[in-house]
Design a protein around this ligand. Structure first.
Ligand code: AOS
Ligand code: ZN
Ligand code: ZN
Length: 392
């Protein structure tokens, strides 16, 4: 493809990208040491949607918001339908429903893998309730992350816990509607330190494969050991038709939940390249953020994160596929690497500014938000904002 048509194809693709922001990123959050409360944070799910609407207004590519139950709980299925309507009135849709079977005393030794069947029933009940909520909100995806695991060798039976997990996942799968999916998230450690029940993509993949096509793996970029080649996992899952989406964030050490693209923009580019190469750039792979903004202002941090994903995507879209394939075929290692690096080293910011102008928004989302006065308005109007949920 010539330079000019490559750029226009990339611009057209960028206009179709959708990046989902998480409701919990708008609220106060912190580490186990301290929550630094920020003035003006949302007090209700509706106020989180108000903030998300600002992110969408200034970026043009953040049309849905992931909910977390019970952090975003409202009364009854009518309440969720009304929340969906509230979102729609602001140009938004409700996205993935995130379940929570990790913040209840009963789940100290596990949720769906707990040795006590009564606790397992309680955990399953919550997951099924989340599917009821999806029916009311029109959400497609149920995102399942389990903190289940053990801290000490011998604490529980590793194999039996897999059986219990499989049983619960099968019950949830059964309950899914035709247009609904379950996305199973893995995480190599924390809060369990000896053995986590869904520690890696292989475990998630094995369960999803058995369950069927509505079960897909979600890759949280922060959930890998240092040095893991995440783009390889992405390529493999896509090849197997099992990549359901991403929880994007950045890590330096563990599950840091920093702004995506902040710690390692090159890794994000490599991931996006494999997404595009594997045919995953489309509605079937959900691009979600899973971040917390503990010391920085939340809305601009989310805007910046969305822009970081766009920039990595734009660079990946600019990889000259023909030149790369030719270099790979001829075994020219350096030329092949140079093709990727040329795309990565392209300054795509002017192109993205044009994309924004072409869809009728300000070319500089950060400046537009700063000028909008929203940050001051929420400080003036919202008193007593709530904590997102971690450590609550
Ligand atoms: C936890 O480490 C995971 O990243 C989950 O995605 C978690 O459920 C999310 O951060 C909040 O729902
Ligand atoms: Zn996550
Ligand atoms: Zn995480």
């Amino acid at each position: 493809m010539s330079g000019v048509s490559a750029v226009s194809a990339a611009k057209a693709a960028l206009k179709t990208q959708a990046i989902e922001t998480p409701s919990w990123a708008y609220g106060n959050s912190g580490t186990r040491f301290k929550v630094f409360a920020q003035p003006g944070v949302p007090r209700t799910p509706r106020e989180k949607l108000d903030d998300a609407a600002r992110v969408h207004e200034h970026t043009g590519v953040a049309p849905t918001v992931a909910l977390h139950i019970p952090w975003d709980a409202v009364d009854g299925s009518d309440g969720y339908a009304e929340l969906a309507k509230y979102a729609e009135e602001r140009g938004l849709g409700l996205g993935a429903i995130n379940s929570n079977v990790f913040q209840d005393d009963d789940f100290k030794l596990g949720s769906v893998t707990h040795p006590d069947p009564a606790v397992r029933r309680k955990a399953l009940g919550h997951l099924l309730e989340c599917v009821d909520i999806m029916d009311a909100t029109g959400s497609r995806d149920l995102k399942l992350w389990f903190s289940d695991g053990t801290n000490y060798p011998g604490q529980d039976d590793i194999r039996a816990r897999q059986d219990r997990l499989a049983e619960a996942l099968a019950a949830v799968y059964e309950r899914l509607g035709d247009n609904q999916r379950m996305l199973l998230e893995y995480k190599f450690f924390e809060p369990a330190f000896y053995a986590t029940d869904v520690p890696d993509w292989g475990t998630a993949y094995a369960h999803c494969l058995k369950l069927g096509p509505k079960a897909q793996v979600v890759v949280d970029t922060g959930h890998h050991a240092p040095g893991t080649n995440i783009e390889f996992i992405v390529a493999l899952l896509l090849r197997e038709g099992k990549l359901g989406g991403f929880d994007f964030n950045s890590r330096f050490y563990a599950d840091d939940d920093l702004m995506v693209g902040a710690a390692d923009p090159f890794q994000l580019f490599r991931i996006m390249y494999e997404v595009i190469r594997g045919g995953g750039f489309g509605p079937d792979v959900a691009f979600m953020l899973d971040q917390c903004h503990n010391i920085e202002a939340k809305i601009p941090a989310i805007i910046r994160s969305v822009m970081n994903v766009q920039e990595a995507t734009a660079k990946a879209l600019l990889v000259d596929g023909d030149a790369l394939a030719a270099a790979q075929r001829s075994g020219d290692v350096l030329a092949a690497n140079a093709v990727l690096m040329d795309a990565y080293n392209t300054d795509v910011r002017p192109m993205l500014a044009e994309v924004r102008e072409e869809i009728g928004i300000d070319p500089d989302p950060m400046a537009a938000y700063a000028r909008s006065g929203w940050a001051q308005k929420i400080v003036d109007e919202r008193v007593g904002g709530t904590q997102a949920g971690w450590g609550a």
